[in-house]
Write a protein that binds this ligand. Structure first.
Ligand code: SAM
Length: 178
């Protein structure tokens, strides 16, 4: 992952492409991309979903995303939304950090503090048989996120892994079981 200035957006990197490729086969009616950045994941989802919403806390990211996806909302995670989705995806900011300097990559404590907040928000907007797919990394203490999702009523699986030079990327799929 690369650092971005506050007036910019997260330029799609290996993590974005890894998740985007996995999402090609997902289908449904309503999808939400949290932390859309450039909009790359929302664009992929729009091929197989009737309606796709993209959120980001960075307005500069949304300005970019709006070039390729239409329903862009500037808000924290899924907090501004009132509806349920079949699928929610997020390429999480997962780097362990003491401070939130770059919201595109900094995950705070264990690389799980920001992701925990995002997952809790997403879990309130998932339909009955809906699922969340998120990307995390071996650099984060991702077992905390897996336990969190289980405690929120999801069956959780690591569905794909990709080794990079300095870390391993993981895709985690959480299917509502209650
Ligand atoms: C790693 S980047 C991923 C961007 C894009 N989805 C991709 O795959 O290339 C994480 C994105 O999440 C956004 N973000 C961070 N914290 C957020 C929050 N609390 N709510 C919404 N978006 C957030 C950042 O601004 C950034 O655009």
């Amino acid at each position: 992952m690369q650092k971005e200035s506050q007036n910019s957006y997260y330029v799609p990197a290996e993590d974005s492409i890894f998740l985007a490729d996995y999402l090609e086969n997902q289908k449904g009616r309503f999808a939400l991309d949290i932390g859309t950045g450039s909009g790359i994941l929302a664009k992929v989802l729009s091929k197989n979903f009737e309606f796709v919403v993209a959120t980001d806390i960075n307005i500069f990211a949304l300005k970019k995303a709006h070039e390729i996806t239409t329903n862009c909302i500037c808000c924290n995670a899924a907090d501004a939304l009132q509806t349920s989705f079949d699928l929610i995806v997020c390429n999480l900011p997962y780097l362990p950090s003491d401070e939130l300097v770059d919201s595109a990559v900094d995950g705070l404590h264990d690389g799980t503090e920001v992701p925990t907040m995002i997952i809790k928000s997403a879990s309130q907007r998932i339909g009955e048989s809906g699922k969340i797919i998120f990307l995390t990394s071996s650099l984060a203490n991702y077992s905390i996120l897996i336990k969190l999702c289980e405690s929120l009523g999801f069956d959780v699986k690591i569905v794909a892994r990709k080794k990079l030079f300095y870390e391993e990327l993981l895709l985690v799929e959480c299917v509502r079981n209650t």
